[in-house]
Write a protein that binds this ligand. Sequence first.
Ligand SMILES: O=C(O)[C@@H](O)[C@@H](O)[C@H](O)[C@H](O)CO
Ligand SMILES: [Fe+2]
Length: 368
Amino acid sequence: MNMTLRWFGHLDDSVTLKQIKQIPKVGGIVGTLNDLKAGEAWPLSRIRALHREVTLEGFSLEVIESVNIHEDIKLGLPSRDKYIEAYIETIRRLASVGVKVICYNFMPVFDWTRSDLAKVLPDKSTVLAYERAKVEAIDPNSLLSHLTGGAGGFSLPGWEPERLQEIVPLLEAYQHITEEQLFLNLTYFLEKTVPVAAECGVKLAIHPDDPPWPVFGLPRIVKNKSDLIRIIEAVDHPSNSLTLCSGSLGASLTNDLSDIFQTFLERDRVAFVHLRNIRHEPNGDFYETAHCDEAGSVPMTHLIKLLSTYNYQGFIRPDHGRMIWGEKARPGYGLYDRALGAMYIQGQWDSFANQREGRSEYETSRNA
Ligand SMILES: O=C(O)[C@@H](O)[C@@H](O)[C@H](O)[C@H](O)CO
Ligand SMILES: [Fe+2]
């Protein structure tokens, strides 16, 4: 298992690489070029500069999240081919600096959706939350300003302000796209990109929809185990891989996370893992919590044990954390709680590894 942390770049993140360096065991940065528009090939000079910056601090840059997919690809428009060509160019350029995993999503129009970016928990930490009734009452046309208003001045992934004008015609364009059509459009994209990724040693790792059900009437096709099976079988190659995100998949009460993790670890189609805990309300709403078991509804220890059992060799990162200790940061992406999350996950991993390798007595005696 390779522990990583997501970093949005020195212009767009309150957290510095030097701070991340002080978290034990984080060896890699999950990088991005957040300012680039979906559809354009990432300039090699920018990729190299990011690589230089990250490796100078002693990290690897082997995971990129996200290379966003142009809406024309998701809509299956004739113009998709030129955007797919640009995507392929980006894959090749990222591979040239040693990138191994590209995480992306196939959600129409919006990335993750929440009704509240700073729900206050009893201990006064704040978290992202989802109330179905609130989301259903929001006019999608005003959603972006609603969210950026509460985002402390940072842009949110997938919610760049310049996309605001595009939202109305886009929502209209999706009226005619069924889940089946969207799946065919994903397959078309994978048929073109997976062979190139395979050739350059990259795994494409699709991220589940967040939340994993239709929002604003838009189709969703990465919601559950059967969707994931269908996707990996659409182009049956290890480079067509998955990001398993416990917080996204776990938001649906009908998803059995244990079964999902086991199924895809067994098939060796997990390239990247996001571990985040959430707590369900009795009505199915949810809010994010600290990473430990007791804080939420996700069986974190059990999932880490599964990763250990399968001797998971891929990348992992703590996903969204709470905002604690007065930190001001991009919602979900503060330093402190993600650092605690990384240590919780790593501690469990080490302990399972000791058990697996029969080292527990030796370790105990060393500490005595
Ligand atoms: O919840 C998050 O912040 C991330 O897990 C997603 O935004 C993820 O980066 C994208 O959906 C992947 O493209
Ligand atoms: Fe995630």
